[in-house]
Design a protein around this ligand. Structure first.
Ligand code: OOB
Length: 521
């Protein structure tokens, strides 16, 4: 596939020889007993046999539409059985799903369709008060497939056809595209091959102790790497467990499902963990089935971390991961001290870690804080079709510059100490400062904009936009309306606006975001 950077031959040989890469494909992850429940979503309960058949029939439907191995399809469905069926259908076909989040709008989707040259776009009719068909009408894609009332488009239900023999993908093929949290003006696509992602989900399932008895509850968007494959729904399927989809992480929705389905494992971001710790003290639901709570996406403080086992009666696992690849997990038998105060250690023995001075690139003394660089069998070697960005994001020998500042303990566990990238981590949702600044600058009353994170007790951080304006400064409300108009996902909108006359500058004349952030702390 053009625009995809593969691993060099010596590493390919090594990852195969050492057993990290196999011939197993993403389409073959349904490994449960045919009669067992694979998926519970709303009123639907699908056995492994049901899900397998629906995936094959839907693959045949996409094939009839003309979708083939190597094509790209933007997939934007919420936590529904349809997401799972379409995902499996596409990877079986060898067509790579581009996983958009339900919150994305015209600004993100238009760009993703263009960049990936998507042949199809799969959406719900309406979800969360938004009509996705309206968004589809503003795009130029060959096929729009709608789950629900399709209007002038193709109904997902109509893509139900007699299974046909399919051209099997190669394990080295790109199996799917994940979205990067982003640090630049436009989002980036992360190609994940069948074999690297199969390793990702299988090794994660092992480290997390997933078995056929696992009942995995999904509360994050299932299109997010964490809920999809760390070990996520795919890891649960690969060991024959059961997946339960919840619409959100709100205790009102998640707790009754834990009780009813006897859920054993769940992945959340820190704000949800904090909500659960609070709600568990007064809720009536029986949460005793829960054995493992994975918390990641943003840093969980040591204090709530220590509360998790006491209040929720389960094991805590901290997860420091990234869609780009590298996953760090605290292990289920790690001493409490490490589980509470670190963000885990790398999943794979072949994950290579360097901690360097972000300015010089030189390794820092062992135990000191520096930027995390990494390379390994499931970490990308380049963003898709982004040569200039890749030149900056990777070292000449192929290490990915994570932009995360970490400290490494003698045990190999990493402690996340901060960030050396222009991004706000809003409770696990990533906001590229440059992307938001670009949109703000398009407002007629905005002369200049600088976006920084501000500390927040629940979210970890929220987003503050400092503006230099001309004429009457726009209110926060007006700016949000403006950004909605521009089709920017709502989690990227600022939470606060501050109008200033000038920006503080660094000695070399760049805007000092450090100083702006200090004003908010
Ligand atoms: C996960 O993936 P992304 O791609 O949304 O975000 C990755 C970034 C990391 O580079 C780091 O800055 C931050 O999110 N992050 C954490 C963290 N987990 C992620 N920062 C501090 N502590 C943590 N535990 O967020 C993601 C992907 C797979 C599994 C889990 C999370």
């Amino acid at each position: 596939m053009d625009g995809f950077t593969s691993w060099p031959n010596d590493l390919v040989a090594r990852y195969i020889a050492e057993g990290y890469w196999s011939d197993r494909l993403l389409g073959d992850v349904l490994r449960g007993d045919p009669g067992r429940i694979a998926l519970v979503a709303g009123d639907e309960r699908l056995t492994y046999a049901d899900l397998d058949r629906r995936a094959d029939r839907t693959a045949a439907g996409f094939h009839r539409l003309g979708i083939r191995r190597g094509d790209r399809v933007v997939l934007q469905l919420p936590n529904t059985a349809s997401f799972v069926v379409v995902f499996l259908a596409l990877v079986r076909l060898g067509a790579a799903p581009v996983l958009a989040l339900p919150a994305h709008r015209h600004s993100e989707i238009g760009y993703l369709c263009e960049l990936s040259q998507a042949r199809a776009y799969v959406i719900p009719d309406r979800h969360g008060g938004f009509d996705y068909r309206e968004l589809a009408r503003s795009l130029d894609v060959e096929h729009v497939v709608v789950d629900g009332d399709a209007a002038e488009f193709t109904a997902l239900a109509s893509l139900d056809a007699e299974p046909v023999p399919l051209d099997r993908p190669d394990p080295a093929d790109v199996g799917l595209f994940l979205l990067s949290g982003g640090t630049t003006g436009l989002p980036k696509l992360i190609p994940r091959t069948h074999r690297d992602y199969v390793y990702n989900l299988e090794a994660s399932a092992e480290v997390c102790g997933f078995t056929a008895d696992t009942v995995y509850l999904v509360v994050l968007p299932v299109a997010h790497n964490f809920a999809l494959a760390c070990p996520g729904i795919l890891g649960a399927f690969a060991v024959g467990g059961t997946v339960v989809l919840a619409p959100s992480g709100s205790p009102d929705e998640a707790f009754p499902l834990i009780e009813r389905e006897r859920a054993t494992a769940c992945a959340v971001v820190p704000p949800i963990a904090l909500l659960w710790l609070d709600a568990a003290t007064w809720s009536d639901e029986d949460l005793s089935s829960l054995e493992l709570l994975q918390v990641g996406g943003a840093k969980l403080a040591a204090e709530p971390a220590a509360q998790v086992p006491k209040v929720l009666g389960c094991v805590l696992q901290q997860v420091f991961g990234m869609a780009e690849g590298l996953l760090n997990y605290t292990r289920l038998d790690d001493p409490p001290e490490l589980v509470e105060t670190t963000q885990g250690r790398p999943l794979c023995p072949a994950d290579e870690i360097r901690v360097v001075d972000p300015d010089t690139g030189e390794p820092v003394p062992e135990g000191e804080t520096g930027e995390l660089l990494t390379r390994g069998p499931y970490t990308l070697r380049g963003y898709y079709r982004a040569p200039e960005h890749n030149a900056r994001s990777f070292t000449p020998d192929g290490f990915y510059r994570t932009g995360d500042l970490v400290r490494r303990l003698p045990s190999g566990h990493l402690v996340v100490e901060g960030r050396h990238k222009d991004q706000i981590n809003r409770g696990g949702d990533k906001v590229s400062a440059e992307e938001l600044e670009g949109h703000l600058l398009a407002h007629p009353a905005v002369h200049d904009a600088a976006v920084v994170g501000m500390p927040d007790p629940m979210m970890g951080e929220r987003t503050c936009a400092f503006l230099i304006t001309r004429g009457t400064p726009p209110t926060l409300r007006e700016l949000k309306d403006f950004l909605r108009e521009r089709g920017l996902a709502d989690y990227k909108w600022p939470d606060r606006v501050e109008t200033v006359d000038t920006f503080p500058r660094t000695p070399v004349g760049k805007i000092s975001k450090k100083e702006l952030a200090a004003r908010l702390a």
